[in-house]
Design a protein around this ligand. Structure first.
Ligand SMILES: O=c1ccn([C@@H]2O[C@H](COP(=O)(O)OP(=O)(O)O[C@H]3O[C@H](CO)[C@@H](O)[C@H](O)[C@H]3O)[C@@H](O)[C@H]2O)c(=O)[nH]1
Ligand SMILES: O=C(O)[C@H](O)COP(=O)(O)O
Length: 330
C-alpha cells in the first residue's frame, strides 16, 4: 500500500472513543448480541477490577454487553474465583471442547471462547490492565455497531512504560529520541511488529497499535480465521482479515491511555518468536511441511559469572477456523 493509500485509510477509519455516545450505541445495538472476552492467566491481582468495573458500567447501568466471559488460561492462582466473584462467567480453557485437546496460550483461550460465547460481536480485553477505563468497550464497538462494512476494530492508546516497581522493567531514560510517555507502542510492537509490517504487510502500516490486546471483531469473521495459540493471534488476525476483506474492513479507535503489567525482556523474546513464526507462515510462497508446532529458543543467563544457556520450547501451533470444525459429539 502506498503512503497515499495508508493516509486515505487512516483518515477514513481512525476514530476517537468519544465519537459515539453510550445511548447512541445502545440504540444501534438493537438485537445485536455483544460478548466481552477476557483471556486471563494468573491475573488474580487485576482481573476482578477489570470485570467488576465493566459489569457495573456496561451491564448493570447500561445494557451494552450481554455477557462478560473470562477464559482462565491454565492459571495456578485464584484468577477463576476472583473473576467469578466479580460477576464474570468463567471457563477454564482446557475444559472447553476437551475433545479438541488443550494447548497453553492466549490465542488458544480466545479461540476456545468461540465455543462458549453467544455474541455476534466479540470484544477482547486483557486482564492485566492497571490504567484504563470502561470506555474501552464502547469505543471498540462504535465502528462495528455503526458501519456494517467494518469487521475488526483495533484499539490504540498512549502506552507509558510504568516506573520500575510498578512493572517488571526499568523504563530507561528515554535517551536516543525515545519518549517513554509517548506513542511508542510496546517493545515488541516497535522492534518486531512494525518492521515486519514494513517488510511484508505494508497495508497495515496505518495501525497505531497492531498488537493491542483490546480489539473487537464480528464472530462471523473470527470463526473463519486460523488462530495461533500464543501471542501471534493479533498479528495473524490483521493479516488474514486484510487479505480476505481488504483494509476497509478494519478500523482503529483512540482509547486514551493504557498501562499494563510489563513482561521481562526474555519472555518478550518468546512472544516475538511466535509472531515471527505466524508471519513466516503467511509469507511463505509454498506451505512449509511438516508444520512446526514448537521452536527451541536458546537464550543466555549469567549464572555465577558464566553465560549459561537456557532453551525454552516456544509454542507456534495454530488452531483451524472454528467454522470448519464438526460439532462436539454429545
Ligand atoms: O498463556 C497466556 C498468556 C497470557 N494470557 C492473557 O492474555 C492477556 C495479555 O497477556 P500479556 O502477557 O499481558 O501480554 P502483553 O505482554 O501485554 O502483550 C501484548 O501483545 C501481545 C502480542 O500481540 C498481545 O497478545 C497482548 O494482548 C498485548 O497486551 C492477559 O490477560 C494474560 O493473562 C492468557 O490468557 N494466556
Ligand atoms: O505490545 C508489546 O509490544 C509488548 O506487549 C510489550 O509491551 P511493553 O513494552 O509495554 O511491556
Amino acid at each position: 500500500m502506498t503512503d497515499a493509500k495508508t493516509e486515505d485509510w487512516f483518515g477514513r477509519h481512525t476514530h476517537r472513543w468519544q465519537d459515539w455516545s453510550l445511548p447512541d450505541l445502545v440504540a444501534a445495538k438493537s438485537g445485536t448480541r455483544v460478548s466481552l472476552v477476557v483471556p486471563a492467566r494468573n491475573e488474580a491481582a487485576t482481573v476482578g477490577d477489570v470485570v467488576s468495573r465493566v459489569r457495573e458500567a456496561l451491564v448493570d447501568t447500561v445494557a451494552l454487553l450481554d455477557e462478560i466471559v473470562v477464559i482462565d488460561s491454565d492459571s495456578t492462582d485464584d484468577t477463576f474465583a476472583v473473576a467469578a466473584d466479580a460477576g464474570a462467567v468463567v471457563h477454564r480453557a482446557a475444559d472447553i471442547r476437551p475433545d479438541l485437546g488443550s494447548t497453553p496460550g492466549k490465542g488458544e483461550a480466545m479461540w476456545k471462547s468461540l465455543f462458549v460465547t453467544h455474541g455476534d460481536l466479540l470484544v477482547f480485553m486483557d486482564a492485566d490492565l492497571v490504567d484504563w477505563d470502561t470506555h474501552f468497550v464502547p469505543g471498540l464497538l462504535g465502528p462495528l455497531l455503526t458501519d456494517p462494512a467494518v469487521e475488526l476494530v483495533k484499539g490504540f492508546y498512549e502506552r507509558p512504560l510504568l516506573p520500575a516497581g510498578e512493572g517488571t522493567v526499568d523504563p530507561g531514560s528515554g535517551d536516543g529520541g525515545g519518549d517513554p510517555g509517548g506513542l511508542e507502542g510496546g517493545r515488541v510492537t516497535e522492534l518486531l511488529a512494525r518492521p515486519l509490517i514494513a517488510l511484508h504487510f505494508p497495508e497495515l502500516a496505518g495501525l497505531l497499535q497492531p498488537l493491542a490486546g483490546e480489539w473487537a471483531v464480528r464472530r462471523s469473521l473470527f470463526a473463519g480465521l486460523s488462530v495461533p495459540t500464543g501471542y501471534a493471534v493479533e498479528l495473524a488476525a490483521l493479516v488474514d482479515t486484510v487479505r480476505a476483506k481488504g483494509m476497509d474492513a478494519i478500523a482503529q479507535v483512540d482509547l486514551g491511555r493504557r498501562a499494563h503489567r510489563h513482561q521481562a525482556l526474555r519472555d518478550l523474546g518468546a512472544m516475538a518468536t511466535q509472531i515471527l513464526a505466524a508471519a513466516q507462515r503467511r509469507t511463505a510462497e509454498t506451505p512449509v511441511e511438516p508444520v512446526v508446532e514448537s521452536l527451541a529458543l536458546r537464550q543466555y543467563l549469567l549464572q555465577d559469572g558464566a553465560p549459561t544457556p537456557r532453551t525454552r520450547l516456544v509454542d507456534v501451533a495454530e488452531r483451524p477456523p472454528v467454522a470448519g470444525l464438526p460439532e462436539a459429539v454429545a
